[in-house]
Design a protein around this ligand. Structure first.
Ligand code: CAA
Length: 256
């Protein structure tokens, strides 16, 4: 995995194209570490994968008795006591959760396949730009597992429960055009134009005020859990802070 920072944009690149950027526990630890140590000035985080596919999901060696060198297998994980096993999944989920933080906007750049953990990684980002050959697939149920890397909630929020059930329980491919129609993609472009499209989106995201953007994202993220009255109160509270920051106490009182 490569991590590069250019100005206010950080780029994380999964760099195992020969294995279609298959993910391991080490991938998720590395992601979590990047989240913990992200430079404060970064506002946009771009996640991409080298080669023909964004990510083919979990490394299938996890299903073999030998597992991954130094990381075990599903069989060895299943043999752990319940608490240790759950702690292991919690730890893996940390690699995904930070991408929703209000102080950043995360963008997944998806070409080719995004399967299982690859689809969930894309879902954990705020926005998804797809190449026209992109395909999402929630393969876990076909393998006897459930998606457990934080992807089920954003999937349901974006496509609704019925479509999420259909997509997950058939484990079918969702192509780029359908993804766009369902709201799973913000934009679909020819593969050769991916970099340009990401650059344009990142630049547009950087045109807004940093603190106002974070406050707005906090509001939007909290909206589904709140009643209208609660959301209105949250808007008032955030605006009071913005006005205080911009104009001092008098301004905040004048607009309360
Ligand atoms: N793990 C490990 N290696 C993988 C891999 C994976 N998930 N996916 C692909 N590879 C390897 C292949 O073994 C092959 O390696 P060699 O060249 O050494 O033989 C190499 O990557 C290229 O693979 P393909 O020749 O198959 O490439 P392709 O472009 O024709 O097809 C693909 C790409 C459709 C992604 C196909 O490789 C594929 O279906 N991979 C498996 C996908 C999968 O089932 N992933 C698990 C999803 S479930 C999950 O993530 C979460 C979970 O279980 C908890």
């Amino acid at each position: 995995m490569r991590f590069e920072v250019g100005g206010e944009i950080a780029t994380i690149t999964m760099d195992r194209p020969g294995k279609r950027n298959a993910q391991t526990f080490a991938t998720w630890s590395a992601l979590a570490r990047i989240g913990r140590t992200l430079p404060e000035h970064v506002r946009v985080v771009v996640i991409r994968g080298e080669g023909p596919s964004f990510s083919a999901g979990i490394d299938l060696r996890m299903f073999s008795p030998e597992g991954l060198p130094g990381q075990g297998s599903f069989a060895s994980a299943a043999a752990l006591d319940g608490e240790t096993f759950l702690a292991r999944i919690t730890e893996a989920q940390q690699g995904f959760l930070w991408l929703r933080r209000p102080d950043i906007v995360s963008i997944a750049v998806v070409q080719g396949h995004a399967i299982g953990a690859g689809f969930q990684l894309a879902l954990s980002c705020d926005l998804r730009i797809l190449a026209d050959d992109a395909k999402f697939c929630m393969k876990e149920p076909a393998l006897g597992l459930v998606p457990d890397l934080t992807g089920t909630k954003p999937l349901v929020e974006i496509v609704g429960v019925a479509k999420a059930v259909e997509i997950c329980l058939t484990a079918r491919n969702v192509g780029a055009e359908e993804a766009l129609r369902l709201g799973l993609a913000d934009r679909v472009v020819p593969r050769a134009q991916l970099d340009e499209a990401v650059g344009e989106l990142a630049a547009a995201l950087l045109t807004t005020d940093r603190d106002a953007a974070a406050a707005t994202k906090r509001l939007l993220l909290g909206a589904p859990e709140r009643t209208l009255e609660e959301q209105c109160a949250a808007e008032r509270a955030e605006q009071a802070v913005r006005l205080q920051a911009l104009f001092g106490k008098a301004g905040a009182e004048g607009n309360g």
